[in-house]
Design a protein around this ligand. Structure first.
Ligand SMILES: [Zn+2]
Length: 300
C-alpha cells in the first residue's frame, strides 16, 4: 500500500522517551505545573472502582458536549493509555484542553482543592443520570451535619450538606485522629458571639459544631500543610509531623459510637515536596475499609 507522505503527521511526544516502569505502570508528562493534577489522576487510575466506572461509561454525542470537551471521555482515554500503551508516560494535554485550559494555564499553580471540586462538579453534571455520575457520587460523597444547640431552650438547628473532601488542620496536631476529633469538637457561642435563638427570641449561649452523618465509600482527607505568615505576607509550609494509621476506625468520630467498627484501610498517599510558594501538591492518602467494603482517601 502506498502511503502519502503528506498524510503522515509526526507529533512530538515527550512520553515516548520516558522509560517504562519495570512493574508496568506508566507516568504522566508534566506540562509545567501539573504535578498535582498528575498525582491526582494517578490516584484515580489506581482506584479500581473509579477506573471501572469510567470504562463502563459510554460517550454520547447527543449529550451536546463535543468529544474534545468531554472530561469524562478524555479521562477514560487517558486511563486506557495508562493501562495499555507501550510508552513510558502519557500526555495530559487532551484532558487539560477538555477543562478549557490553554497551555499557559498548565504553567500556573492551581488550588488543588478547588480543582478537584470543579472537576467533580463538571463530571457529575456531564454524567448526570448515567451510571458514571451515580458511581462518582456514591464513591466520593459523604454527608455532614452542621448544628447549633441552644443551651437555654435545648433547641437544635441542623443543616445537612454533602462533602467531597475534608480539610484537616495540621498545625498543632499530632495525628489524623487528633485532627478529626478537633474537626468535630463543638465551639461555644457566647458573649458578643452568642447565638440569636429563634425559640428564645434572644441571644443565648449555644454550642455549634459539625458531625458526620455518612462517610463516602472513598473518604478523602486533605491536610492543611500551608499557612499564611501575615508578617511577611507569604505562604508557609507547616512541616510538622502528623501520623496516620494503616487502619482507621471512623466509628469514634460518629455520634453513635457503639456497634460495629467502621474500619477504613489506608491505601494511597500523595506527598507534597518542595516549598510552599512553588508547590501545590497535596499528599493524598486513601484508606479502604476491609470489613465493610468502604474506602478512605486522605490528602495532605
Ligand atoms: Zn433557645
Amino acid at each position: 500500500m502506498d502511503v502519502d507522505p503528506a498524510a503522515v503527521k509526526f507529533t512530538f511526544d515527550a512520553g515516548c522517551f520516558a522509560a517504562s516502569s519495570q512493574c508496568g505502570f506508566k507516568g504522566l508528562v508534566n506540562q509545567g505545573a501539573t504535578c498535582y493534577l498528575n498525582s491526582y489522576i494517578q490516584t484515580l487510575f489506581m482506584t479500581p472502582e473509579t477506573r471501572s466506572a469510567f470504562y463502563n461509561w459510554r460517550y454520547n454525542e447527543k449529550g451536546g458536549t463535543k468529544p474534545e470537551y468531554s472530561i469524562a471521555l478524555q479521562l477514560q482515554r487517558l486511563f486506557a493509555r495508562l493501562q495499555v500503551s507501550s510508552i513510558g508516560a502519557a500526555q495530559t494535554t487532551d484532558l487539560t484542553k477538555s477543562f478549557g485550559w490553554e497551555q499557559k494555564n498548565a504553567f500556573q499553580q492551581h488550588d488543588v482543592q478547588e480543582f478537584i471540586q470543579k472537576l467533580y462538579e463538571i463530571l457529575e453534571a456531564t454524567s448526570k443520570g448515567s451510571k458514571l455520575g451515580e458511581a462518582l457520587r456514591r464513591m466520593h460523597h459523604g454527608v455532614e451535619q452542621y448544628y447549633i444547640h441552644c443551651l437555654t431552650c435545648d433547641t437544635v438547628s441542623e443543616r445537612e450538606t454533602p462533602f467531597l473532601n475534608l480539610c484537616l488542620e495540621v498545625k498543632g496536631m499530632k495525628s489524623v485522629e487528633e485532627s478529626l476529633k478537633s474537626y468535630i469538637t463543638p465551639e461555644t457561642m457566647q458573649g458578643d458571639n452568642a447565638y440569636r435563638c429563634g425559640q428564645c427570641k434572644d441571644k443565648q449561649k449555644a454550642s455549634r459544631g459539625v458531625r458526620f452523618k455518612e462517610f463516602p465509600y472513598i473518604f478523602s482527607l486533605q491536610l492543611k500543610r500551608f499557612d499564611m505568615n501575615w508578617n511577611t505576607n507569604e505562604r508557609v509550609k507547616v512541616s510538622t509531623k502528623l501520623t496516620f494509621p494503616r487502619i482507621l476506625d471512623l466509628k469514634q468520630f460518629t455520634p453513635k459510637q457503639d456497634g460495629q467498627p467502621l474500619n477504613y484501610e489506608l491505601y494511597s498517599v500523595l506527598i507534597h515536596t518542595g516549598v510552599a510558594s512553588a508547590a501545590i501538591t497535596m499528599p493524598t492518602l486513601r484508606i479502604s475499609a476491609l470489613e465493610n467494603g468502604m474506602n478512605l482517601m486522605i490528602r495532605e
